[in-house]
Design a protein. Sequence first.
Length: 319
Amino acid sequence: MKKTGEETITPIKNMKIIQRNDFQNFTLDSVLLSDFVKINRKTKKILDIGTGCGIIALLLAQRSKAQITGIEFQKTMAEIAERNVENNKFENQVKIINEDIKNYKNIFNRDEFDTIVTNPPYFEFTGDISQTNDLEQLANARHNIDLTLEEIIKISSYLLKNMGSFSIVFRSERLVEVLALLQKYNLEPKRMKNCYTKWNENSKICLLEAIKDAKKGFSVEMPIFVYDENGQKNEYIENLYPGEATRRYIHKIVGYFAFVGALYLVLVAGLPMLLIFLDIRYMRLGMIPGMFMIFIGMVFSIKDEVDTLTLNDRYRSLF
């Protein structure tokens, strides 16, 4: 599909998230990470590195009273994130900064955050530009061209308080690399959860939590299966993000409008015709308003259905 810059809206957790089709859209990974992060009453300040459209920051805002900062290098995405914060009424809790996280010492204080989360570019850039997307913004979102995994972990260690938590979602195939980097910068791996997008295949992504300057001790939690052995979406995933349910709801609205439109036509056309059937003298009286009402009813019925189908087109599901 041609990337035209068209905006779409993804409904999730009673929020409406604006995205653009020529920039990286959020996926299930971000939603899983938001649910994986541990938050308690001591969590006062959270940083989301590479916030994109702001989805992780907003989902965390729903779960806590913490002050959340989302930092995003791409100006267009930072502007969209700000709109999402405003549209979903989190202006007093979520702040978006359009900056390069590599300038962290000029933006933040050392040991400032209780929790840092990130869904970084998954793929290592080897210098071969042909391996990246033609659109620069998509290439930067998927490959660590401007910001490496090691830089993210090093920066996070600097910005986290003692015993602060760092949570990341990443490719399972690079797990060993991630674990080594975490320990290099005094972030002790504490929890891991694998995610299987297909029942009979290896894990594609994993969720990791590390604690700054913590003692050793690591647990592998129960995995996430997006689909069960019968190909049905897992109940946990459905509850986390009911994508298909949203589409079914919109189709239900379309059906509702069609029913109301049909009922309207029956009433406004049928009643005058009934009068005519009962007494031919009512023909002139019944035909004029009846025809007018039929015309008006058809116009509004068609308009409602077109509007609703357009709405269905603009709303984007993760599945």
